[in-house]
Design a binder for this molecule. Sequence first.
Ligand SMILES: Nc1ncnc2c1ncn2[C@@H]1O[C@H](COP(=O)(O)OP(=O)(O)OP(=O)(O)O)[C@@H](O)[C@H]1O
Length: 238
Amino acid sequence: MAAIEVDGLRKEYGDVAALDGLDLTVEAGELYGLLGPNGSGKTTTIEILTGQRTPTAGEARVLGTDPVTEPIEVRRSIGILPEREDPPSFLTPREYLEFVGDVRSIPDIDDRIAEWADVLDFRGILDTMSSDLSEGERQRVMLAQVFIHEPDLAFIDEPLVNLDPLMQSEVKATLREYCADGNTLFLSTHFVEVAEQLCTEVGIIADGRLRTQRDPATMDDGLLSAYETEVAREVSPQ
Ligand SMILES: Nc1ncnc2c1ncn2[C@@H]1O[C@H](COP(=O)(O)OP(=O)(O)OP(=O)(O)O)[C@@H](O)[C@H]1O
């Protein structure tokens, strides 16, 4: 069974068709990157697949479950980090992750908090109010909440945004390790280099449709060239 299957997904916001017949399949164990320009439909795709938004038409399966009819079941079984999401300003990272532990019924939450604070290097700020954290520190706490319940599949919108180069490299290693253990990651990004360096499979989306889906390592001319061709085709169809 594929981890994610999307068939003819369409989403209209008034006159805007954010998704216009999106088809894609993500096999289990892939580190999948959905790459596309601003406004191409990446966030809308993640919102539908994580049960936050209803499509106008089309179907999807996430770990075999329909996120439209069974959104709570899907959200329980996955990890999610939406774009520009922070821990609550009035809680410390420890309090926030304990709260996540309650919501997700994690019995050994104290041990998991210690483990993820080590992996993502934020042990020193566990008891600092989140309002006093830098953007990169908040991003690391949010990444911890994605993985703390050990989901088989996680969705992350722009995973490396706000992180300094050293932390980007740590997070990339963590994401690769997560997939090497047999789990699946679905990332969205508009950075070609992030997709090229990190992902085992990349789908290029433009104007709400999947243009191509490949392993970037097999692209003779590189991902940037494919991206320019697919996205330029959309901007200038001649
Ligand atoms: N809630 C909304 N109401 C109306 N239009 C929306 C809404 N959300 C998204 N759109 C429109 O749908 C299209 C796709 O938006 P979406 O956020 O999915 O793209 P994206 O690829 O994630 O963009 P970015 O890289 O800028 O985050 C855009 O034209 C956007 O303006």
